[in-house]
Ligand binder design. Structure first.
Ligand code: PEP
Length: 254
């Protein structure tokens, strides 16, 4: 049986009060039930303790949406891996397209963050994906290859257990537009082949590749049903307890 990772990215939504409520709403839907997928929600940093408290003893995990590469010191506004671990998180989202675009994060910086995250014992979810013009011009694989290899070149195969890739076509994020299951499968297979080239088949088979981009209850079954889609990174729909819960439920049925 496949074990999916169903990860929610709340982005800059839900302060501690709302995030705590939303987390409780989600867990209440699973009271007395078990799940075999990994269920992860990534609130804004400031809301992590409230969510962590609501998740206590439920099997749901918390993650961070970003991290800095230093351990501590004069880096105003930044958060380190040890702080994220101390707060009880297990995963960190790295290189989201919004960070690449609005905060000019380079492949090199993203590679350093991924390495730092994995070295600290946390799991990294590396986001990659092409913009619309790149897809229209048929360059999507070239773009994604560069993004993936920039990070793989900094990691050893030992990192594979702590390394997740999220394929998020930028044109499908928050737009209501979704990659077709075939487009997702094709790219996921390609990404796995890149991992295989670096780390060999066994490691590549074990690396989870998530799909992100307007995943919702109505399209989750088809997307998660693809052989190389190992879960979802869900933005908008994860802010709704019913929708997130439904996607988790769907992952349990595959
Ligand atoms: C995301 O931002 O990672 C994402 C996939 O967003 P949405 O599901 O809203 O498209």
């Amino acid at each position: 049986m496949r074990t999916f990772l169903i990860a929610g990215n709340w982005k800059m939504n839900a302060g501690p009060t709302d995030a705590g409520k939303l987390a409780k709403e989600i867990t209440s839907k699973w009271a007395g039930k078990t799940f075999s997928s990994e269920a992860l929600l990534c609130p804004p940093y400031i809301s992590i303790p409230a969510v962590q408290q609501a998740f206590d003893g439920t099997g749901f995990q918390t993650g961070a949406q970003n991290v800095y590469i230093e351990d501590d010191g004069a880096f105003t506004g930044e958060i380190s891996t040890s702080m994220i671990k101390d707060a009880g998180c297990t995963y960190v989202i790295i290189g989201h397209s919004e960070r690449r675009e609005y905060f000019s994060e380079s492949d090199e910086f993203i590679a350093s963050k991924t390495k730092k995250t994995i070295d600290s014992g946390l799991k990294a979810i590396l986001c990659v994906g092409e913009v619309l013009e790149e897809r229209k011009s048929g360059n999507q694989e070239k773009v994604v290859e560069k993004q993936v290899n920039a990070v793989l070149n900094h990691l050893s195969a030992d990192a594979s257990d702590h390394f997740v890739i999220a394929y998020e076509p930028v044109w499908a994020i928050g737009t209501g537009e979704t990659a077709s299951p075939e487009q997702a499968q094709e790219m996921h297979k390609f990404i796995r082949s890149l991992v295989e080239k670096s780390w060999g088949k066994a490691k590549a088979d074990g690396v989870r590749i998530l799909y992100g981009g307007s995943m919702k209850p109505g399209n989750a079954k088809e997307l998660l049903g693809q052989p190389d889609v190992d879960g979802g990174l869900i933005g908008g729909a994860s802010l709704d307890a019913d929708s997130y819960s439904k996607i988790l439920e769907i992952s349990e049925s595959i």
